[in-house]
Design a protein. Structure first.
Length: 345
């Protein structure tokens, strides 16, 4: 009996030791790739030399579509170039959920990361959380979509000139339809800086064509909804000859409807971004042109700017245009366009 008690005591002691010290595990990061940050409460990571790594949280609007994947590739490239950087990638689920994004942001602030690269879903609701983070010494760089009163908020803002992108879409579409006829637009979220700016750019530019009439604008955030809204648009306006789809899911949704209804070529489509489905639709003529951004550079430069700010180095311009390109079948296979479509290769 005494021997059994001794064995039992030893087992309990071993279990207690495991509880206290634990085993090093890869901790899952909800909505994104796994975080390899060890310890609790976001404890800093040390490399083999004992040097503290700078932990940069990258918080996109979502994590699934190809645009955010490219942004992550850029952020990861910054970490590859500088081994003293660790990337923590986490986005809201479902995508484009501003409340969920605020929660993710506050979690990373509580984890005491050194910096945050943020693609803002709602330009108003994120203003105070960013100000609070900055007041705590956490450097926030905004990319893709910014904050209300952006100049007074983050370290810097790296993005596409979305007004110009909308205007380029309007010019491309107007010329494709012979500068006359009815057109529609699918935007993706009121209150999102990038969506609002693309909508404004398109609306203002299309007015320069007196015989082109924007007859309907509808909101959709994912491909199935975009398909439904495209059908609704075409039902209400049977003479539509062109559609502007302001993001990737909308481009995919419109293309699917045109294929199903055998309207390819009859209705011209200009869309944003470069998912595999969109590029294939460009190749087969379902989509006329793609307005292509550079999310890879946003991720790369966003992390680099955050690190410079943390180290009290000159970040440079407060606002950085990451560029955009109008891609058609004619320039699709050029080296510059292929580099945009296959970042990091």
């Amino acid at each position: 009996m005494r021997l059994q008690q001794m064995i039992g005591t030893a087992v309990m002691a071993s279990a207690l030791a495991l509880t206290l010290w634990g085993c090093p595990k890869e901790k899952a990061t909800p909505g994104g790739s796994p975080s390899t940050t060890p310890g609790t409460n976001g404890a800093a990571t040390d490399d083999v030399k004992g040097t503290r790594k700078l932990r940069i949280a990258v918080i996109p609007k979502g994590t699934q579509n190809s645009y955010w994947v490219a942004l992550k590739q850029g952020a990861d490239a910054a970490a590859v170039a500088d081994p003293n950087i660790e990337i923590i990638y986490q986005g809201p689920e479902p995508e484009d959920n501003p409340t969920a994004q605020v929660d993710v942001f506050k979690t990373q602030v509580n984890n005491k990361v050194d910096g945050i690269v943020l693609a803002v879903i709602d330009k108003d609701s994120m203003v105070n959380p960013v100000k609070d983070a900055m007041a705590k010494g956490i450097k926030v760089v905004t990319v893709d979509s910014g904050l209300a009163k952006e100049k007074d908020s983050s370290v810097c803002y790296i993005s596409t000139d979305n007004v110009k992108g909308g205007a380029d879409a309007a010019d491309t579409l107007a010329k494709a339809i012979g500068e006359k006829g009815e057109v529609g637009m699918l935007y993706f979220q009121k209150g999102s800086g990038s969506s609002d700016e693309r909508e404004k750019g398109f609306e203002d530019e299309i007015k320069k064509y007196p015989n082109v009439h924007l007859v309907q604008s509808r909101e959709a955030r994912e491909a199935t909804k975009a398909a439904d809204e495209t059908i609704n648009m075409l039902t209400a306006h049977k003479d539509i000859v062109g559609i502007f789809a302001a993001n990737e899911p909308n481009g995919v949704g419109v293309a699917n409807v045109l294929k199903q209804r055998k309207l390819v070529g009859k209705i011209k489509v200009v869309a944003f971004d470069t998912s595999d489905q969109e590029v294939q639709a460009l190749k087969d003529g379902t989509i006329l042109a793609l307005i292509v951004q550079n999310p890879y550079q946003m991720g790369l430069q966003g992390v680099q700017a955050a690190v410079k700010s943390i180290k009290k180095q000159d970040v440079g311009a407060k606002s950085v245009d990451s560029g955009l390109t109008v891609v058609t079948k004619e320039n699709l296979n050029t080296p510059d366009v292929q580099k945009l479509l296959n970042p990091g290769k």
